[in-house]
Write a protein that binds this ligand. Sequence first.
Ligand code: ZN
Ligand code: FE
Length: 255
Amino acid sequence: MVNVLHVRALEDNYVWLIRVDAARAAVVDPGEAAPVLAALAHLRLTPAAILCTHHHGDHTGGVAELAARYSVPVYGPARERIPALTHPLKEGDRVALPGLALDVLDIPGHTAGHIAYHGGGLLFCGDTLFSAGCGRLFEGAAEQLHAALMRLAALPEATAVYCGHEYTLANLRFAAAVEPDNAQVRDYLEKAAALRARNLPTLPSSIGLERRVNPFLRAGVPAVRRAAEDHTGGRLNSEAAVFAALRRWKDEFRG
Ligand code: ZN
Ligand code: FE
């Protein structure tokens, strides 16, 4: 019986606690230590492992302190510098937690070595896939990030999506600008706004929902392509080109 709990960190980060048994949880992307330590104490849990998706400080800032306090394996991308890393990971590797095996996917674009953890119907995707959005291109090309997102979109519909940030509402405002006629975007916007009004997380999302509302997974949809072409004022000849145009559009979008 694995369940996943959230810890808020920094401005709008989520640290995920994957509870693997009555006493232990794996800690995903601890951007700071203090709120994680407080949550673990409150829940009477100790860490089973620390899992990082990429090197950015808002996902790794608490690793050193947690690793110093608890002697647990620290997993993270082999191609990036992660504090206290003990288990460098790449595509095809597997993290064996008690009762849960997570496969490692290489999903570069936001950062060059970004990885995701997938298994048991769960996906931890850091800053690559957000609900109704995707990460910014800091160290990769648009084609790379698009390919990474298409891999995630191909996972089973029911897969629960645990992203690194609470960006859903702002993302949905952009999604509604791209697809004003997508009723499921409007629907989700209403639900997400109600959750945020009560200060509740909009996550986890699901792969099925993301396929229906996330413009960055929908570059092949004619209405999305037309919106991107209207915005850029030229023809876009591939899904990757549509994706790149959407990413640029979102970078300057003020909802
Ligand atoms: Zn990041
Ligand atoms: Fe981040």
